[in-house]
Design a protein around this ligand. Structure first.
Ligand code: HEM
Length: 598
């Protein structure tokens, strides 16, 4: 046994109290080192403890309000604040262009992202080095181009149509919506108070987006909308469930998919601040000993999600199903091409060795799981936040309805529109065709000015991506941000929430939801300050898919439903890696049938 494995073995077999001794030792060592070695960030202000340890930031990350904490630091110390021994938060309006620069000036991701490795494998998202990232990004760039994403519109509208049909049916039955409100494992597990006559709209958006992305990335919807819950049930009917459900069994007994994604993000947001606890470090096994149930749920969530992804990918690799042209097909195609395999079937005659097949599968699984985790709750949370702001601001709701009514009046999607949704027609039964037809076409809504302004404004106000995404100055390089020079090893981040609420950029009404600001003459310079999807070479690759869904969803809700929000004054939220509403409880009525004045 070599020394690394020996230490790993010792840690794995240590009693629970020993890791704390190790952690304490590490902390003392770090403080000693900081006191004796030259500190290149000595002139950057910030809380004194941040000079020595990331614990203070981790404490606020654990509380789910890191962005508000960092925002308060900027209010106190100015645009540059030291938030950990190595990291400077840069809230100057010009900072994002440098920190997230393109080309040779681009800065790689920090070690923080190792918190997202799956079974030791880096995904497109968590790959740190620039070259490795570029080659992975090339693989997925085409499937996520606008032209490709348009081909998924049929699948998306089928799921949105199914969601609308379910909501309609329950609303028509009367008594409002309280369906499955108490289901264990719903999203962040944060449902509160009574559900009488109300529905948590956020949960339905989660069912929808998990179904959409599993349809595109795993080959079929995971059946959340059908069941009205995102908990994949245990075997209960002797095998009558869908294949996808069967493949999820055992992987998801306690929490819903949204909850697993949520806990995973929260855990990564904390562990990512301590690289020596992350995969690749010999101390990584210690993370499993930290006595924090939420943190352990996050680690378990990653294991469970990767099990679901692995089963779905394996099923596709081994099946002789007709190609669907979905993201999974494309991931598999690209990997096969890269390995010069063409369409060789994956059976006993495969030219691959078992080890090669295992690596091949691990890569596809990691990216399929990335798509599920990066592409589902982000879209649901952003849509929920936008709907909150729209329904909480009656003036905006009225204006938006005028615009939508004019566009949709008399031009409801017809059978000929099915041309646009061809890719899924061969799979559609009469019921799902009827569902699809009640949903606005992307072509009808994509260029609506006020709709898009309301979406941008909702994303600005809520900031789904709220804390600063960290980048590191690489070896041999230095970076100048507004007169401050940062040297190799320094981590830089731009706090999206703070920048998106900066009165110097947005004016004195920066904290007001006012879509009109995006339509004014001065608006042309604003887009670069909206960091929702990130900017630069690591910006969101799924933006086209996300925007397409958000536009269709917001148009569907606004033109179809009245939502009477339980609390129009506050959208409660929690932050892990992403910032998300905890819920969106509302009484739901068909438009004009109750609740809201037109
Ligand atoms: C409104 C919804 C979404 C938001 C707010 C969002 C936000 C972001 C942000 C801020 C990043 C940069 C992260 C970083 O630098 O650490 C990112 C990256 C990424 N997103 Fe999204 N995203 C959304 C939807 C999607 C969708 C639908 C998908 C795909 C199905 C997706 C896939 C990805 C991937 C693969 C990356 C990593 C890209 C890379 O490193 O090259 N996202 N997203």
């Amino acid at each position: 046994m070599d020394s690394i494995h020996y230490v790993e073995h010792l840690l794995m077999s240590a009693k629970p109290e020993h890791p704390w001794l190790v952690l304490g030792g590490i902390l003392l060592f770090v403080i000693f080192q900081r006191l004796t070695v030259h500190d290149p960030l000595h002139d950057i202000p910030g809380p004194w403890l941040a000079k020595y340890t990331s614990l203070l930031l981790a404490y606020h990350a654990r509380g789910g309000k890191r962005h508000l904490y960092v925002d308060s630091l900027h209010k106190k110390y100015g645009p540059f604040v030291r938030i950990t021994p190595n990291q400077v938060s840069c809230a100057h309006p010009n900072a994002p262009a440098v920190v997230y620069a393109q080309g040779s000036a681009s800065l790689p991701k920090t070690q923080f992202y190792r918190a997202f490795y799956v079974d030791g494998t880096a995904s497109l998202f968590s790959t740190q080095d620039r070259a490795g990232h570029s080659s992975k990004r090339r693989v997925l760039a085409h499937p996520f181009s606008y032209a490709s994403v348009r081909q998924f519109e049929g699948w998306i509208r089928r799921s949105v149509g199914k969601m609308a049909s379910k909501l309609d049916e329950k609303v028509r039955r009367g008594g409002g919506l309280g369906i499955n409100a108490a289901t264990v494992g719903r999203a962040s597990g944060s449902c509160y108070g009574t559900s009488q006559g109300e529905v948590d709209v956020l949960m339905w958006l989660n069912y929808l987006t998990v179904d959409v992305i599993s349809d595109l990335a795993f080959g079929e919807p995971l059946g959340m909308l059908d069941r009205g819950t995102d908990v994949i049930p245990e075997e209960e009917d002797g095998g009558a469930k869908s294949d996808a459900t069967k493949r999820g069994i055992e992987a998801n007994k306690e929490y819903g998919v949204a909850a697993m994604i949520d806990y995973r993000g929260r855990t990564a947001a904390i562990l990512g601040l301590f690289p020596y606890l992350l995969p690749g470090s010999i101390l990584a096994p210690l993370a499993r000993w930290i006595p924090d149930p939420d943190l352990q749920r996050g680690l378990q969530g990653t294991d469970n999600l990767s099990k679901i992804a692995r089963r779905c990918v394996k099923h596709r690799l081994q099946s002789n199903e007709v190609r669907r042209g979905d993201l999974l097909d494309r991931l598999i195609d690209d990997m096969r091409n890269k390995q010069g395999l063409g369409q060789t079937p994956f059976d006993d005659s495969s030219p691959l060795s078992p080890a090669e097949m295992a690596q091949y599968e691990a890569d596809v699984v990691t990216d399929a799981m990335l798509l599920l985790t990066a592409g589902s709750d982000t879209t649901a949370n952003s849509t929920a936040a936008i709907l909150f702001w729209i329904y909480a601001t009656p003036r905006v709701l009225r204006k938006l309805r005028e615009e939508l009514d004019e566009m949709l009046a008399g031009v409801a999607p017809s059978a000929s529109d099915l041309e646009l949704v061809k890719p899924m027609i061969k799979e559609a039964d009469d019921e799902s065709v009827a569902d699809i037809l009640q949903i606005p076409l992307h072509d009808q809504v994509k260029d609506l000015k006020y709709l898009n302004a309301a979406i941008d404004e909702g994303l600005r106000m809520f900031a789904t991506n709220a804390f600063g995404l960290p980048r590191v100055v690489p070896e041999g390089m230095s970076v100048n941000v507004e007169g401050h020079t940062f040297y190799e090893g320094t981590e830089l981040s731009c706090p999206a929430y703070t920048i998106q609420h900066d009165p110097a950029i947005w004016g004195p009404d920066a904290d007001t939801f006012r879509p009109e600001r995006w339509l004014e003459e001065s608006a042309s310079g604003l887009k670069k300050h909206l960091l929702t999807f990130g900017i630069g070479p690591r910006a969101c690759i799924g933006k086209n898919l996300a925007i397409l869904q958000v536009q269709i969803l917001v148009a569907t809700f606004v033109s179809r439903y009245d939502l009477v929000l339980r609390d129009p004054k506050e959208l409660r939220s929690v932050e892990g890696f992403m910032h998300k509403p905890t819920d969106l409880w509302a009484k739901v009525y068909l438009r004009g049938e109750g609740g809201l004045m037109e």
